[in-house]
Design a protein. Structure first.
Length: 265
């Protein structure tokens, strides 16, 4: 997508709450991300990271997403940083919240309608939070579509307010199911969305790769979703990923983790 085209789409972000950026990531970066995701899953590092969020007695994982070379580069991908800095998105000052990496098996299930805006309780949308969903191997209908509900990011609602609907088709939804490798979907984190189950034919289509990164505007203290969030930020700083962006991995933008917040990511 050209810079001009992205500019035109950004103008709609405030209204719709999402952007679709086909082929947004450099091919060379994508080629390095795929084997890292494979190892992240196959070496058990992903499961260890989940266990550390679920078990009160668990230690922080020895390997985190930002320890992986290409994953760290993805977190601070310059075109993404420039896009997030647009005044209609996060603006001049924003912080990294988290990164999740996954390879879902062929024929995987869906996830009910939800949003991912971190606020307890949900009370306003003064400070934007954004999720960047990176489909490094692209997205095809048989792998399970992403559906979003334009404009729903302006509602003040709990994350699970529409979960009783499962993955049902909703009036006004937009389906995103055909993207080339290296594509990114940028969502306002309060936008309701769902992942539908892969079709029967998807079993032969291979796994569904997705890495999601989350970022938030500074000026308030955001809840965290991982008990070892300080270690995540420390890894980023040790790697020098904050070069030129001193606020990006600063701890002062986050509140203390509370055990009630534990979840699987």
């Amino acid at each position: 997508m050209s810079t001009r085209a992205i500019g035109i789409e950004v103008e709609k972000f405030t209204e719709d709450g999402f952007l679709v950026l086909p082929g947004f990531l450099r091919a060379g970066l994508v080629d390095r991300l795929v084997p890292e995701v494979d190892k992240w899953v196959e070496a058990g590092w992903r499961q260890t990271s989940i266990d550390a969020c679920l078990r009160p007695d668990a230690r922080p994982p020895q390997v985190m997403e930002l320890d992986l070379e290409a994953h760290g580069e993805l977190a601070v991908y310059p075109p993404l940083m420039d896009l997030l800095g647009h005044p209609d998105l996060l603006g001049r000052s924003f912080a990294f919240h988290h990164l999740h990496s996954d390879r879902r098996p062929a024929g995987g299930g869906g996830k009910s309608w939800h949003h991912d805006y971190e606020q307890r309780p949900q009370r306003d949308r003064r400070f934007p939070m954004i999720h960047a969903l990176h489909y490094i191997r692209g997205l095809r209908p048989e792998l399970g579509e992403l559906a979003v509900l334009p404009g729903s990011h302006r509602e003040i609602a709990e994350k699970d307010a529409r979960s009783h609907l499962g993955t049902d088709v909703l009036p006004g939804e937009v389906v995103i199911d055909d993207l080339p490798p290296g594509s990114t979907v940028v969502l306002h984190s309060a936008l309701f969305h769902t992942r539908r189950a892969a079709s029967a034919s998807g079993a032969s289509a291979g796994p569904r790769y997705m890495i999601d990164g989350s970022y938030c505007r500074t000026g308030t203290r955001w809840p965290q979703v991982k008990p070892y969030w300080r270690q995540v930020l420390a890894v980023a700083r040790a790697r020098g990923l904050d070069a030129g962006r001193p606020e990006l991995f600063a701890e002062r933008h986050f509140s203390e983790y509370e055990e009630a917040e534990r979840h699987s990511g």
